[in-house]
Design a protein. Structure first.
Length: 287
């Protein structure tokens, strides 16, 4: 794809996400019901309506590409596998952080990511309450920028912090893994910031507001990480599983079974090495 085509593509995806953002914010500002899809898995009409809107717009603008979205992915595993193995796949999380949305905590986001041949390539993450979007595209000309609610754009870049003891670490507000406390102890990290939404937390690393984020659990899906990964890498950071391996979006398994590590890049080796040592000391059931 040419540089001009890449530029148009990110503008199209951002416009789609902005349309969904307006819908989500309108529902957020009115009374709404919260349902449960499963244990600790809330859903609202904002999730469903934004999901429908985004998928329809992507189908209109990118008819040859596959879409895997949180509220409408196929139940048949073979169909999921076939879609995931397409050359270009959009991963959609219409409301990342539904728990925060339901609690009227502003730490939630609309997210659209694109994987090309199994690698995260483009991402848009918008926080509807503030109207702030972070966007990234990896390609002929890699770009990463922040756009405020008035459309003003500024480039974003990760920090160059190399000392773990001086780093700021983002952690889940509601699902803090067992690995976090031993990791902060081993790396002597003292600044730990709880936050909702994977996209928001990785966005803080991408914009230089924090230096790393680690999630050790299995509750994360590909639509939670595709957009954030593309933005972080475009901004100069690194993204992997707990063993330092890149995420394969074409594998066909929607769930990440080995957690995630998102850093400014300079700290990535420190984090992976510390996690390897910590996990070696734990029984298999706790790794």
């Amino acid at each position: 794809m040419s540089e001009a085509s890449e530029e148009r593509e990110i503008e199209i995806v951002l416009a789609i996400a902005r349309e969904a953002e307006a819908l989500v914010r309108a529902i957020y500002d009115t009374p709404f019901e919260v349902e449960m899809k499963g244990p600790n898995d809330p859903v609202t009409r904002a999730d469903r309506e934004a999901n429908t809107l985004i998928c329809a717009r992507l189908a209109e603008r990118f008819p040859d590409d596959a879409v895997l979205a949180e509220e409408s992915f196929p139940e048949d595993e073979a169909e999921v596998m076939a879609l995931a193995r397409r050359e270009r796949v959009f991963f959609v999380d219409p409301v990342d952080g539904t728990r925060e949305f339901a609690d009227h905590n502003p730490e939630f986001a609309v997210m659209i990511g694109l994987a090309v041949r199994g690698r995260a390539t483009l991402g848009v993450v918008i926080e509807p309450v503030t109207g702030v979007a972070v966007c990234g595209r990896i390609g002929a000309q890699t770009v990463a920028f922040r756009e405020d609610s008035k459309g003003v754009r500024t480039p974003i870049r990760v920090t160059d912090e190399r000392d773990p003891a001086a780093a700021t670490m983002m952690v889940s507000r509601s699902h803090r893994p067992r690995l976090i406390e031993p990791l902060t102890d081993r790396l002597r990290i003292t600044r730990v910031v709880p936050c909702g939404s994977v996209g928001v937390k990785v966005g803080r690393v991408s914009t230089g507001a924090a230096d790393l984020y680690v999630h050790g659990g299995r509750g994360v899906k590909l639509w939670d990480v595709c957009a954030p990964e593309a933005i972080l890498v475009a901004a100069g950071g690194r993204f992997s599983d707990l063993d330092g391996r890149r995420i394969d979006y074409a594998a066909g398994d929607l769930a990440l079974k080995n957690g995630l590590v998102a850093t400014n890049g300079a700290l990535h080796g420190h984090v992976i090495d510390a996690l390897r040592e910590i996990r070696a000391e734990l029984p298999p059931s706790q790794r």
